[in-house]
Design a binder for this molecule. Sequence first.
Ligand code: ADP
Ligand code: 5GP
Length: 235
Amino acid sequence: MSTPHRPIVYIISAPSGSGKSTLVNELLGLVPDLDFSISYTTRAPRGSERNGKQYHFVTRDEFERMVRDDQFLEFADVFGNCYGTARRFLKEAEQNGLDLLLDIDVQGAVQIQKKLPDAVSIFVLPPDRQTLEGRLRKRGEDRDEVIRRRLDTATGEIEQYDKYNYILINDQLEKSVESLKAIVLAERLQHSSHTLSEDEKRMVKLADSSRLKNVRDRIKPILESFRKPLPPAQP
Ligand code: ADP
Ligand code: 5GP
């Protein structure tokens, strides 16, 4: 009997507006055999979101029942709503020979790291506060007050960057997509025993350049841009 497939679990987190959804969508189109875990949430769907696509939208009662039945690998309260990763996604990835991508917040990432210490964690950062604010405004989903709250929350989230294996500073989209793809594929290569081709060596090098220890110096000015006091809100 062949040994069962052990999925590589990739965690991706980011302050809202950093470009995580954009990067995840690009990645899923580029990398084969990677499944996306569709979380359960009690928040209401936004605009074009559909049940079962971006999230499974459930009532608080349903969510609490799933918690009681131990159906979640992790769950957390984020901005006043509950979000959780169902255990069954991991089981399905195992059965189907796929790896699994989790788009979850820092609280969820910490829970997964305790349960699955081999999980690969990636934190996406905007180049600075002004750029993040610009992206949130360009997206046009949130009112000024919500944007301010998101920017405030971002500071606390960014301060937790060192809980992650890789830090991806999302400046130029194309480069960020290449780096994210390199991280995913380089981690797969660690589990294979073949001699690396020149292309694969280049990919491993690109992935390494996003490792926490190699980006620490670039994070400092980003954090500083978030810690500066904000000008007063426009009436
Ligand atoms: P998140 O999922 O992190 O909240 P989104 O993927 O919705 O963020 O991105 C927020 C906005 O920023 C979107 O309008 C997106 O098109 C834009 N965006 C994402 N990455 C970049 C980038 N590297 N450069 C410029 N704009 C970007
Ligand atoms: P949004 O409501 O804007 O889609 O997501 C809000 C936050 O919840 C994001 O940081 C997202 O990564 C996080 N999130 C989404 N699904 C889960 C989940 O299953 N578990 C946890 N812990 N966080 C999640």
